[in-house]
Design a protein around this ligand. Structure first.
Ligand code: ASP
Length: 335
């Protein structure tokens, strides 16, 4: 007797069995993941603000990832684009992630050739926090408030050094907008991160810098640097920074730069793993100790829809559209 054609219900059953098998395989993989240490690449030097966020986050997230170690690999240079490029090319196996900031959205406008595509070469895991920046100066700088700083900058035209973490860094964006707003050009001194830039500022080798509160609040509180202003549109509530005026209130109307951080995986990382890491991220951002620590540094953890991979990506797209024209207008490019 010739073989019977498979009936429709048999085909359905076959599909159901395949789906069940796939689910079981994913479940087994997830139960085991991560089986070895996971790496977070930080595209700036150790000890700086991005590094601090990554280390604090890793410490809490690991509790929700089988207690596996999360290693921090600092790949500083070229304003964060070297580290991002490294992750874009890493194996999409769930063991390499990128913890990056607003530079993810500003680099496309700053580099004629970027070794990765921000929207195509990564899986978006979720956003982490938002951090204001502060405008600070070397301890020996004679200006003691913002108005005096502007006078000093004008009087020292052509001689002022502005530190940053390279083209594409948050400190670069903030410094660029500041120079444009006050219509004064300064000599920029690029570092691989703002940790070494801060050392030079403390030592008086550079004059001023814009940097995240996660790096500056302790120095401001300790009276180790001159603090002139915050870069967000509203003043900050952290005790050390609450008296700092906003740049907006000092005549730079509309000046508003807040640095946001997000977590990324190389494109092709299995969705089940991205979802699991997203779950660990969400749990970490609910951790009272983590929230307290972030708040003490002037940072605010993300609690809105941008915690989801889809909304994280939409936000980055919007940020690319927002900053691109301003950067292009300033005519700053690297090859
Ligand atoms: N704060 C730095 C920046 O300007 C980066 C860092 O060292 O974390 O982007």
């Amino acid at each position: 007797m010739p073989p019977q054609p498979i009936t429709a219900w048999r085909q359905d059953m076959h599909k159901t069995l395949l789906a069940l098998a796939a689910l079981t395989a994913t479940g087994a993989a997830l139960a085991a993941y991560p089986e070895k240490p996971v790496t977070f690449v930080v595209p700036f030097t150790a000890g700086g603000p991005t590094d601090k966020v990554a280390r604090d986050l890793a410490e809490v997230m690991r509790k929700h990832l089988n207690n596996q170690t999360i290693l921090i690999e600092n790949v500083g240079g070229a304003g964060g684009t070297l580290g991002a490029g490294k992750v874009a090319k890493a194996a999409p196996d769930g063991y390499t992630f990128l913890l990056h900031h607003i530079g993810m959205a500003t680099a496309p406008a700053l580099y004629r050739t970027l070794p990765y595509k921000v929207l195509d070469d990564f899986e978006y895991v979720g956003m982490v926090n938002e951090v204001p920046m502060t405008l600070i100066g070397r301890p020996s700088l004679p200006a003691s408030n913002y108005a005096e700083l502007v006078k000093w900058l004008e009087a020292n035209k052509g001689k002022v050094n502005l530190a940053n973490a390279g083209l594409g860094a948050a400190s670069h964006l903030c410094g660029l907008l500041f120079q444009q707003s006050i219509k004064l050009d300064m000599t920029t001194v690029p570092y691989k991160g703002t940790a070494p830039a801060m050392s030079d500022l403390l030592g008086g080798q550079v004059d001023i810098m814009c940097d995240q509160t996660t790096n500056t609040s302790a120095q401001i509180e300790g009276g180790k640097v001159k603090a002139y202003a915050v870069t967000t549109s509203k003043p900050l509530s952290t005790p050390a920074l609450s008296k700092l005026p906003t740049l907006d209130s000092q005549g730079l109307k509309g000046f508003n730069v807040a640095v946001w951080h997000g977590l990324y995986a190389p494109k092709g990382t299995p969705k089940a793993i991205v979802d699991q890491v997203n779950g660990a991220l969400r749990n970490a951002l609910k951790d009272p100790e983590f929230i307290k620590r972030q708040e003490a540094l002037g940072a605010v953890v993300i609690t809105d829809a941008r915690l989801s991979p889809v909304e994280h990506k939409k936000f980055v797209e919007a940020e690319i559209a927002k900053w691109g024209p301003a950067i292009k207008a300033a005519g700053q490019y690297a090859d």
